[in-house]
Design a protein around this ligand. Structure first.
Ligand SMILES: *Cc1c(COP(=O)(O)O)cnc(C)c1O
Length: 395
């Protein structure tokens, strides 16, 4: 009996502490964390440099207000803009909030450019959050069901289909933005073709749209670049960040450049907590540690190692459709729903997740080493083999 609202089917474990890619429960059992709090704990758990920086900051200042200058906020904005080649940042407290900011920006951009009903093209299977507007943009019928009426202003097209984007735009002259994840995380680790991203960049420029990229899951070094869109060699007009940016301290960022810069003025948007000194310090320290420890190179190496290992063990099995991803965003798509593997992995002291019903998802911390990378494969492969060998359960 609990007094928590029943919003999660929780696994029967609670952790007491962690170190690097390991978590421990009250019985002293050690788990290998291949999920990193859903792409949040990029530095692993209890990184000594992060702990020291946060302790220092807590003792100094936790919160002031956005009615004053916040030095750490200016510093983190400078840093994000230097890494992305973008121009200005609004800080909130979550991915959904960063995305709400981005959606308000599109609408204001429309109003300021003669289109008071600006439409945003969004993708099938996209995940942008659980607030009303971000839910409306999200491509999961399951997540949206029951929460209508949802805000309007979205046109949904298939992922990786540039012709469909063009057709949707030709059919509706109110389009002012197109919004993608470079890798769809919740949508099953679907990877955007680099040519699709470049094509959207060209289309947005031709038509004066905002190209918006949700890097909430794929950003902050996870794919081996600071931001996953950098693999395509383009720059978006709007980018959102959250999960990995604060290493677990709540944070979100809406970043703008080019046509999207300068849209917001005083009074258009705000937040009480967003951009507070503690979260900003967490962001600054996270970026500094990723750079100093070469964690993006590590993400590429260990990600390749895990994918190669999984391919060696699983690729030839009937029932394994595809092993895919980039860096440390890794998905194994099976031909059947496989949610029960999460519990089986937990029992084997491995933390993973299943998304889109039939895609095993791994988002290990960027600090993972090759011994741990091999251990993920060694623990997961036998579970997948015996799961696929078991007779199909009656529906
Ligand atoms: C997790 C996620 C969000 C939502 O972030 P919250 O912090 O849970 O609000 C939005 N977009 C993407 C791509 C995500 O992975």
């Amino acid at each position: 009996m609990t007094h928590l609202m029943n919003t999660y089917n929780r696994l029967p474990v609670a952790f007491t502490h962690g170190k690097g890619a390991r978590l421990y429960d009250a019985q002293g059992r050690e788990y290998l964390d291949a999920l990193a709090g859903i792409a949040v704990n990029g530095l692993g758990h209890a990184h000594p440099k992060l702990v020291a920086a946060l302790q220092d900051q807590v003792a100094r200042l936790i919160h002031t207000s956005n009615i004053y200058r916040v030095t750490e906020q200016e510093q983190l904005a400078d840093r994000i803009c230097a890494l992305s080649g973008m121009q200005e940042v609004f800080f909130g407290n979550s991915g959904s909030e960063a995305n709400e900011g981005a959606l308000k920006l599109v609408r204001l951009y429309g109003h300021k450019n003669g289109e008071p009903a600006a439409q945003t093209i969004v993708m099938e299977n996209a995940w942008h959050g659980r607030t009303l507007a971000t839910l409306a943009a999200t491509g999961s019928d399951k997540a949206r069901k029951g929460f209508e009426p949802l805000p309007s202003g979205f046109i949904r097209v298939p992922y990786n289909d540039l012709a469909a984007v063009r057709r949707a735009a030709d059919a509706d002259p109110r389009v002012r933005a197109v919004w993608i994840e470079v890798l769809q995380g919740e949508g099953g680790i679907q990877v955007a073709d680099l040519d699709f991203i470049r094509g959207l960049r060209r289309l947005a420029d031709e038509r004066g749209w905002l190209l918006m990229i949700d890097e909430v899951q794929s950003g902050i070094g996870r794919t081996g670049k600071w931001f996953a869109h950098q693999w395509a060699g383009i720059r978006p007009d709007v980018m959102t960040l959250a999960k990995g940016l604060g290493s677990g301290v709540p944070i979100g960022a809406c970043v703008a450049a080019g046509r999207a810069a300068g849209v917001f003025g005083p009074g258009n948007h705000g937040t009480t907590f967003g951009g507070g000194p503690l979260a900003m310090r967490a962001g600054l320290e996270t970026l500094a540690i990723i750079e100093a420890e070469g964690l993006m190179t590590n993400a590429v190496e260990q990600g390749d190692r895990i994918r190669r290992g999984l391919e060696r063990e699983l690729a030839n099995l009937a029932g394994v459709r595809e092993i895919r991803g980039r860096g440390l965003m890794i998905g194994v798509e099976l031909d059947r729903p496989c949610g029960e593997l999460v519990r089986a992995a937990l029992d084997a002291c491995l933390l993973i997740n299943v998304t889109h019903d039939n895609v095993i998802r791994m988002l290990p911390p960027l600090v993972i080493d090759s011994v741990e990378a091999d251990l993920i494969v060694d623990r997961l492969a036998p579970l997948v083999k015996s799961f696929l060998a078991a007779p199909a359960r009656a529906a």
